[in-house]
Design a protein around this ligand. Structure first.
Ligand code: CAA
Length: 240
């Protein structure tokens, strides 16, 4: 039977590319999303991939969401924690809400989703978890103390949980994307973005499909010896 994969933030941007790549590789995919019903409906009609609405920052919603997916599609073997938001501002202007929302979604979402699926993975002695970090969690980024802290936290989370899952056949890895041509990056002020692109040795933004390719590699059944690692896919912008 096909393995079941849940992709958070799976109907747009990098998440959409991951959902589609997993489906094309034979996985049964559940694409989670939080808010944009119209984009989710459009995504499902284009791809045939079922979309599930819940907020990854809400622990009870994650438990209920995993339960629903398992009831409809089968046990969850693969989780891709991709859902992420930005609330960019310099420290001077960043309020506590902007801090909490980014930490709760980007980092708290990883805990919530992994916790909800963990016991099942332990029982079945198989799991593949990929957490989407960021170059900005590795190197920091002006105007992103919240986002950089959350993404940096994801990299520590990955290494710790990788140790816990190892004996049970569960691998936990991260991908640290650089600047990818998604809506999130399009929201960066153009003059700021131009300076960032000028620092990318490959000379362009990345494509979401280039992140999806890394996910496919990490979730493969043959990937049992790769755990706790971070794959940087950033056009050479930060060699970590
Ligand atoms: N380094 C040093 N100084 C910087 C700087 C930088 N990277 N960016 C801005 N500044 C300076 C400006 O030159 C300016 O200085 P002066 O006042 O002396 O002129 C000052 O900081 C204020 O700059 P802004 O006018 O831009 O201030 P703002 O308050 O309107 O906005 C900001 C600040 C929110 C940080 C804005 O510059 C911004 O959005 N930057 C982009 C942040 C970014 O890269 N986010 C990534 C989003 S994509 C993503 O996160 C995906 C991923 O994983 C890669």
């Amino acid at each position: 039977m096909a393995r079941v994969a849940v992709v958070t933030g799976g109907t747009r941007g990098i998440g959409e590319a991951i959902s589609v790549a997993l489906k094309d590789a034979g996985y049964t995919v559940a694409a989670n999303y939080a808010g944009n019903d119209e984009r989710a409906r459009d995504f499902t009609s284009r791809t045939g991939i079922k979309a599930y609405k819940w907020d990854v920052a809400d622990f009870d919603a994650c438990v209920a969401g995993i339960k629903q997916v398992e009831g409809e599609l089968g046990p969850v073997d693969v989780i891709v924690n991709n859902a992420g938001i930005t609330r960019d501002a310099t420290m001077k202007k960043m309020n506590r809400t902007a801090w909490d929302e980014v930490l709760d979604t980007n980092l708290g979402g990883c805990y919530n989703m992994c916790k909800a699926a963990w016991d099942g993975m332990l029982d079945r002695k198989f799991g593949r978890i990929v957490n989407i970090g960021s170059i900005n969690g590795q190197a920091g980024q002006y105007g992103q103390v919240n986002y950089a802290a959350a993404k940096s936290g994801i990299h520590g989370f990955t290494k710790a949980l990788g140790q816990e899952g190892a004996k049970a056949g569960i691998t936990v890895n991260a991908i640290a994307p650089g600047y990818i041509d998604t809506d999130m990056v399009a929201a960066v002020p153009p003059e700021v973005l131009a300076k960032i692109v000028a620092r990318i040795p490959v000379g362009r933004l990345g494509h979401a499909s280039e992140i999806a390719r890394g996910v496919l590699f990490l979730v493969a059944d043959e990937g049992g010896f790769i755990t706790g690692s971070t794959m940087s896919i950033n056009g050479g912008q930060h060699m970590y």
